[in-house]
Design a protein around this ligand. Structure first.
Ligand code: SF4
Ligand code: SF4
Length: 436
């Protein structure tokens, strides 16, 4: 069966680069830097002071409202609480812990009740207390997303598309711990009571598909959907369209069409939080690209500086042009490699050449290719023109805020226009005008 969504492209995926080394290496840094802002919403307030000893798994920051706590990923001593570079490009208040390499861990208490006896409120509380956010990049608090879906969705989706080139973190998770993902899905099924629960994966992940298929019979009510590989199928709205043929209207969320989508790493974190009592203190991170000596996947403590990971992966090529947090299409270029891995960091990409770089004198050829590939059915050439002209009303009319910054238009554009960069600016202009 063909599952389709509108638009999209086929970039060179380069996934095999980081799957040659099949065993995970763990890395234990001398210091971890735990930012107080790792999620969409309000930042955490530190709960510890400089000089305090902390245990692995201890809650060290929390806050009110749209906020989930952060935890120590190593045991040791708090040596600083101060603004530090963050993958967003900003300085963000962070707790710095000197590792004592003892891994002394807080007492963990999981819940081993049979699935049908698990209480929804207790599950959501455990998810919040574990600091779980969307680990595919969105970093929206998991408990809030699940709560807003309660009673409003008939379809629960696990997103393992991982459609960005180079990244294989979710693929690695499914190859090694598919049970954790499926257990996490069962737990959220218990909360949301959907009619369908679908684990969606693209067809370029043969080993992961085989692993899931070999155990799927143990998880009644969960389907595996193997989708033809196409970028950006892992974007929520495109995945929903591909699986259910439902289109999320402009400005709306998946819940408006009865769907809830969580990344597979998030499901595995939910399993560990509910069943083992383990907070979100580590994750799988792909380090890849032509500019790194030994591309592979690592199990990484949250707070590990990028330069530590790069060193363990054999170091950077002399001619490295870019280090990106995330993938080549939607990731953020980093200028300071002291930035730490945060909960949403799925990849560190090291490139010799900026593949999607704009031309020095870009010219629109009016070819319309950008329109034909835009998965949100937008009109990138006009959005570009109106952003440059500062015409906010036209940008609103063109639904610029619906742009998911997937980069499909820029990838296709023969004029090499800096489209996504301009759309970020255009969205900011619309938001500022609306706030007045
Ligand atoms: S693809 Fe590029 S050159 Fe072609 S119409 Fe769109 S912006 Fe212009
Ligand atoms: S970056 Fe925005 S405008 Fe360009 S293809 Fe993606 S959604 Fe469409």
């Amino acid at each position: 069966m063909k599952h389709l969504f509108f638009g999209g492209i086929h970039p060179k995926y380069n996934k095999e680069m980081s799957t040659q080394i099949t065993t995970f290496h763990s890395i234990t840094p001398k210091q971890v830097v735990i930012p107080m802002q790792q999620h969409i919403g309000a930042p955490c307030t530190p709960l510890v002071a400089v000089g305090d000893r902390v245990l692995r798994g201890q809650k060290i920051g929390d806050g009110e409202g749209l906020c989930v706590p952060v935890h120590a990923s190593v045991s040791g001593t708090v040596v600083a609480i101060e603004p530090r570079p963050h993958t967003s490009g900003r300085l963000v208040n962070a707790i710095v812990i000197e590792n004592d390499f003892q891994d002394a861990t807080v007492a963990l208490s999981g819940n081993d009740l049979p699935l049908e006896q698990l209480d929804s409120d207790e599950i959501l509380h455990a998810v919040r207390e574990a600091g779980i956010v969307g680990m595919g990049g969105a970093a929206f608090p998991g408990n809030v997303k699940a709560l807003s879906a309660m009673g409003n969705v008939d379809t629960l989706i696990a997103n393992a598309c991982e459609c960005e080139p180079y990244i294989t973190a979710d693929d690695s998770l499914l190859r090694t711990d598919p049970e954790h993902v499926l257990e996490g899905m069962q737990i959220l099924k218990q909360v949301l009571k959907p009619n369908r629960a679908i684990l969606a994966v693209e067809d370029n992940k043969a080993e992961a598909i085989a692993k899931v298929n070999s155990i799927l019979k143990n998880y009644p009510g969960i389907e595996l959907a193997v989708l033809p590989t196409r970028y950006p199928q892992g974007a929520e709205k495109q995945l929903i369209q591909a699986l259910t043929k439902r289109e999320v209207p402009p400005g709306q969320l998946p819940v408006s069409v009865g769907c809830a989508v969580f990344n597979v790493s998030t499901y595995a974190a939910i399993y560990r939080a509910v069943r083992l009592g383990m907070p979100l203190i580590q994750r799988i991170v792909t380090i890849s690209g032509e500019a790194i000596a030994e591309p592979q996947n690592f199990i990484v403590r949250i707070g590990t500086p990028f330069h530590d990971l790069i060193e363990v992966a054999g170091g950077l090529h002399d001619k490295t042009e870019r280090v990106i947090s995330g993938g080549p299409m939607m990731g953020i270029a980093q200028s300071d490699l002291a930035v730490p891995v945060i909960k949403a960091t799925n990849s560190i990409l090291c490139l010799l050449k900026d593949q999607n770089g704009a031309a020095e004198n870009p010219v629109c050829l009016r070819c319309g290719k950008c329109v034909s590939v835009c998965p949100m059915r937008l009109q990138p050439l006009y959005m570009y023109r109106f952003t440059n002209a500062g015409r906010v009303e036209e940008l609103k009319r063109l639904n610029v805020l619906d742009c998911i910054e997937c980069g499909s238009c820029a990838f296709t554009c023969p004029g090499k226009l800096p489209l996504v960069e301009r759309f970020r600016k255009g969205k900011q202009m619309v938001r500022e005008a609306s706030a007045k």
